[in-house]
Design a protein around this ligand. Sequence first.
Ligand code: EPS
Length: 360
Amino acid sequence: MVRYISGGESHGSRLVCILEGLPAGVKVSSEFVNAELKRRQSGYGRGGRMKIESDRVNFISGIRFGETIGSPITLSVENRDWQNWSDKMSPEGKICGEKVTNARPGHADLIGAAKFARSDVRDILERSSARETTMRVAAGALCKIFLKNCGVDISGEVLSVGGVSGEQNIKNRIDEAKSLGDTVGGVFEIKISGVPAGLGSHIQWDRRLDAKFAAAFMSIQAIKAVELGDGFLNAKKLGSEVHDEIFISDGKIFRKTNRAGGFEGGMTNGEPLIIRAAMKPIPTLMKPLQTVDIATKIATTASKERSDTCAIWAACVVGEAMAAIVTADAFVDKFGSDALCDTLANLKNYRARLAEDFGL
Ligand code: EPS
């Protein structure tokens, strides 16, 4: 099982994570992880924070001389902005800084403060912030390297922003939102190719791989809809127009279409996996919405934190990372997680059996 857990506040000293379950013997480099972290920081419409941060990974455990050794991999990334926040985010000492009490609609602020009995919304927003996705990308980068060994490639693409597509239209839409003090969301698509048929299972609800992907993508901040293949479009068509017919040529099974997005019966079917996710506009607006002050209970406007106008490119890179973590988990579940050489031997045997017995 590949497990991932992270800790860290947006303006705390650093972010950390533990990634457990990758086989020993995977050659990894901080260079690739840092390149992925850089990709997450770029994209049109990001705010001032990205000019402060320059995310770089520190390998703390689980890696020796450039190879995984099978033990939990601990990673960290420092928050450079910490220098401006060390007193307000101090783990010990006197309380410092004004409390945030006007909760932003659409954020975790109000419900988080109520549920965790906090009088300062900062105690909630620091962790609900998408800054946390930095560690998902670092862990996902290591999973991507492992998957490359297995012949799997993961890529992502932004399809639309605020309902428009095409580079210039998208830029105009973001500029327009920014000038209004507003924000825009969008849709991105992830493609995973090289995955063999038969990962996941139809046996139980929690073994269905499509469900695991949907949950992983829905866990990304501000993602409000996930679609596998042509999910929504297929709901408008007849069955005969939807299902990907099965053909055979020279003993080899193939499909001419991939409307299912590579999933049948909760399992991969050998076609590329296609996952789309819709991101709502970020709830931190420079033109704040109506809310209530949680201290005074008086109507006010939401807090104006520095933020991004659009973070869809970052979300897309995070989507790739989540796809890598889920796919890596499915691989080690089926082919083993101790030593990479054994995992790859098991994969090779399995592929050979599917090809020989089923033409897959
Ligand atoms: C975020 C608010 C902004 C974003 C942040 C997510 O941070 P700040 O309040 O420091 O300006 O830049 O995203 C990141 C820091 C990041 O690395 O992606 C929020 O409230 O979710």
